[in-house]
Design a protein around this ligand. Structure first.
Ligand code: MN
Length: 204
């Protein structure tokens, strides 16, 4: 039985997630300037999850901020571009270093255009996850068991996916370009927040 630990306002002090922590966020919607951060989910990839719930405007979370900025801990996301922007806007911290399973998938799984978390879990590790609670009210005072279970499932498998994707990146000789993309990703999130969300800055 996996353990989901719910915290309010910040992570407890002294919690360690090893050298790579899987992270996801739940918000009121898709616009970081409008839609507040409600929940941050974290896992060391050991079946345990820690869920940090935030009240409106209550983003004084020194332990979580320290982890997000810790240069010795890789933050592992699926479509980190959004989460990094939200975390920057809400907590004021730029997350790094990072790894994104969606970018890795796009670089190696060129035979498909299906790079959603559900697709990766099914295709790479044979696990079916539900996306049913994705568009529920994450700002509610009390989250339901279904919401907590869904939120946890978004970080439970990212380490396994990263391992599979790293094998494919090595096989196809794309590890270096993947790392360059991960290194740029926090800056891409800053561009989103600063007013270039839909613009490819490299385009003619
Ligand atoms: Mn999620």
């Amino acid at each position: 039985m996996v353990g989901n630990h719910l915290h309010h306002g910040d992570l407890p002090a002294g919690l360690s997630f090893g050298d790579t922590v899987a992270i996801d966020t739940e918000t009121m919607g898709l616009l970081p300037h409008r839609d507040r951060l409600c929940l941050v989910q974290l896992s060391a990839g050991d079946g345990e999850t820690h869920l940090v719930k935030f009240g409106k405007g209550a983003y004084d979370a020194p332990n979580l901020k320290a982890l997000l900025a810790d240069p010795k801990v890789v933050k592992l996301f699926h479509f980190g571009r959004f989460d990094i922007a939200v975390l920057r806007h809400s907590l004021g911290v730029l997350t790094g270093p990072v790894y994104c399973t969606k970018i890795a998938s796009k670089l190696v799984r060129t035979f498909t255009d299906r790079h959603g978390l559900k697709d990766l879990c099914r295709d790479l590790i044979g696990i079916e996850i539900s996306k049913q609670q994705q568009s529920s009210d994450w700002g509610a005072a009390e989250l339901t068991d279904e919401q907590l279970k869904y939120a946890a499932s978004d970080v439970l498998y990212l380490h396994k996916l990263r391992d599979k994707l790293n094998e494919m990146l090595a096989r196809e000789g794309r590890g270096e370009i993947a790392q360059a993309c991960f290194d740029f990703l926090p800056h891409r999130a800053l561009l989103d927040l600063a007013g270039w969300p839909e613009v490819d800055i490299f385009a003619h």
